[in-house]
Design a protein around this ligand. Structure first.
Ligand code: PGA
Length: 236
């Protein structure tokens, strides 16, 4: 694992964007795993800028997002599909047909998960997976549990996750209580992991994840078993 500690959000965003850009430069048909949340927004802005300046080309890139709220379709401004279109896809030359977000409106989330994992496998697996971390140690929406869950699956969100995400909604009651999340198999099978975390508030959980025991109570701790993880942690 490479653990890179920087001072500012700006530095973290630049380093993360540069690493993702290098991946796409080296393999123009890369399969990239993407994440939502406030942490990657700066990185997405930089990638959009690099693309506009002709420095990276997304024409052959395929993307798979980590998760989606249950019951929200892509036209809902709170959905992660909407977020991705708004923060990245609408600003780069990626083919929308090559962008994938799990379908939170699927009648059977377990079946949707199975099909999502099959699509990832068919694309050749993920070359570089971007991850953030929740205050409870989640990656994607893999919440603390007594076991790690391998397939993409439906999840009941933790109260702490609902609290944290309520800042994006008008009222706490509006936050969906369920979601669908990429499971640990597709995440851990990614060839490279690019992990970003920002702010003093994340320091404790980042320490637990990377320097504590590997336990499903801290889902991100499973990454200690991954052979190629780069962490960019900003103190700001
Ligand atoms: P954040 O979310 O980037 O908004 O802090 C991260 C996460 O919950 O995975």
């Amino acid at each position: 694992m490479k653990f890179v500690r920087v001072k500012t959000y700006e530095e973290m965003s630049t380093l993360a964007a540069d690493l993702m850009a290098a991946q796409i430069l080296v393999k123009p048909d890369s399969v990239i795993g993407l994440a939502t949340g406030s942490t990657p927004v700066g990185m997405y802005k930089k990638l959009s800028k690099y693309n506009k300046a002709g420095k990276i080309d997304f024409a052959k890139v395929k993307s798979f997002n980590l998760d989606e709220y249950a019951g929200l379709d892509g036209t809902n401004e709170q959905s992660y599909r909407y977020f991705m279109n708004d923060k990245l896809f609408n600003h780069i030359n990626i083919d929308m047909a090559n962008t994938h977000v799990p379908n939170g409106c699927a009648a059977d989330l377990a079946l949707e998960g199975e099909q999502y994992d099959a699509m990832i496998a068919e694309a050749g697996g993920i070359d570089m997976q971007l991850l953030g971390i929740g205050f409870d140690g989640h990656i994607g929406f893999n919440e603390p549990d007594d076991h790690f869950t391998a397939p993409t699956h439906g999840v009941v969100l933790d109260e702490s996750t609902i609290d944290a995400n309520s800042r994006f909604f008008e009222k706490r009651e509006d936050v969906p209580t369920m979601a669908i999340s990429m499971g640990m198999r597709s995440i851990m099978q990614a060839k490279k992991i690019l992990f970003v975390a920002n702010g003093k508030g994340k320091e404790d959980i980042v320490n637990k994840a990377f320097f504590g025991p590997i336990t499903p109570e801290v889902p991100a701790s499973i990454l200690q078993l991954h052979p190629d993880v780069t962490v960019f942690f900003s103190e700001e």
